[in-house]
Design a protein around this ligand. Structure first.
Ligand code: FAD
Length: 370
């Protein structure tokens, strides 16, 4: 084993959360990122649908999404040479039974406007007119270049002196005299602060540090990749979602990504698609479209980890000196990332939160569960 590494901050997890925070503190606090896998981004970060959807999630999520938008738009071009967001648009559709759900969405959402079935079908020509009873359009939905965001933040962190150590699962950490001693199979790390950015494993990591868990729950979500329907140019299509979240479909790289949008509680693991859930979801999707859904190119699964109130957990734990949480980002950890991880970095640096997110700091605190 290498000699002890001594840093101000040890971040556990090199997903988007760990990378975003490391970029925010790099050059100001010394930092190491410990990643259990052989590469950063292997779990949820590498398996997302890569969508920025303003009208999604609870009020706190919407504040964080809104606050992230200018950071995406005014990106630092030395770190992110190409735009991180590109226009996509989204259409919510429903059959007769889902009309109340569509109306709820319209009431809750800015920038979402009701459109006719004709307009929906003109935008997505494979929609089944016999099924669609209502539709709404949001112009501002964007695709996120997740890999560029993640890699850019890691590059910025490294340029500021941070080190990323892969194949280095935190197995145990003990605090004495204001310093954590963190055990991994490849290095022993001494740090003033542990940042728990371990995604689906955030509760087990807390327990390994002697800190009480927060009842974070990973939920599996599956995704199928279908070939583009023959005879259609899908490049300009918006994503289209069932208003009751029974499925969603996103055109991506010349293919259709279709998810049954399931939320099945599971233990943290290397997730894969659930065949039965996929088949059920594709069957629901099939009713909404005129193409035959009979060839699946591949599939994948990922974990979306939520706190009991479905709001992320960001802040110092008052029950554990030097223990900071960045967890429970659920299905929004990319789109909210710029504001959320900048906030986490400011709290770690002892700075006041940015004004557009200061109101949600108490709602994010781990101490709401203590
Ligand atoms: C199918 C799907 C679609 C999604 N779509 C979107 C979307 O469109 N938009 C959006 O904003 N979000 C989306 N999300 C959610 C988003 O992917 C997550 O919120 C985000 O990736 C969480 O990032 P993270 O860094 O917390 O977790 P992860 O990326 O899982 O990173 C945590 C890291 O911690 C490491 N780790 C765990 N335990 C240890 C340990 N003991 N020691 C060292 N390392 C450890 C893991 O190996 C992992 O690399 C989606 C998620 C899924 C599954």
């Amino acid at each position: 084993m290498a000699d002890d590494i001594a840093v101000d901050v040890a971040i556990v997890g090199a997903g988007i959360g760990g990378a975003g925070i490391a970029a925010g503190i790099a050059g100001k606090l010394s930092c190491v990122i410990l990643e259990q896998e052989d590469r950063p981004g292997y779990h949820s970060t590498g398996r997302s649908a890569a969508i920025f959807l303003q009208n999604y999630g609870n009020d706190v999520i919407r504040v964080l999404t809104r606050a992230s938008r200018p950071i995406y738009d005014n990106r630092d071009e030395t770190i992110f040479p190409s735009p991180l967001l590109t226009p996509r648009g989204s259409i919510f559709v429903t059959d007769k039974e889902g009309i109340p759900a569509l109306h709820r969405l319209l009431q809750q959402s800015d920038d979402l406007r009701e459109i006719s079935v004709d307009e929906a079908v003109s935008r997505i020509p494979i929609l089944n007119r016999d099924w669609v009873a209502g539709a709404a359009f949001e112009a501002d939905t964007r695709d996120i270049d997740v890999a560029a965001l993640h890699e850019g933040w890691l590059r910025k962190a490294r340029a500021g002196g941070a080190t990323v150590i892969c194949r280095a699962p935190l197995t145990r950490a003990v605090r004495a005299d204001g310093i954590w001693t963190i055990e991994t199979p490849v290095a022993r790390v001494k740090a003033r602060t542990i940042v728990n950015a371990a995604g689906a494993w955030a509760d087990p990591v807390a327990v390994a540090c002697g800190v009480a868990p927060l009842n974070l729950q990973p939920f599996r979500r599956s995704m199928a990749v279908l070939p583009a329907p023959e005879g259609y140019d899908i490049r300009g299509w918006p994503m289209f979602d069932d208003a009751r979240e029974n499925w969603y479909c996103k055109p991506d790289g010349g293919r259709l990504f279709v998810s049954p949008a399931e939320e099945d509680p599971v233990d943290p693991h290397d997730a894969f698609a659930d065949d039965m859930r996929l088949a059920e979801g594709l069957d629901r999707f099939q009713q909404a479209v005129t193409i035959s859904v009979n060839r699946l190119e591949r599939s994948w699964g990922g974990l979306r980890t939520f706190a009991p109130d479905r709001t992320p957990v960001v802040g110092h734990d008052r029950t554990a000196d030097g223990f900071f949480w960045v967890a429970g980002q659920g299905g929004y950890g990319i789109q909210t990332g710029p504001a959320l991880y900048a906030l986490a970095a400011r709290l770690l640096l002892g700075l006041a939160p940015a004004v557009d997110v200061e109101a949600v700091v108490p709602a994010l605190s781990p101490n709401r569960f203590r």
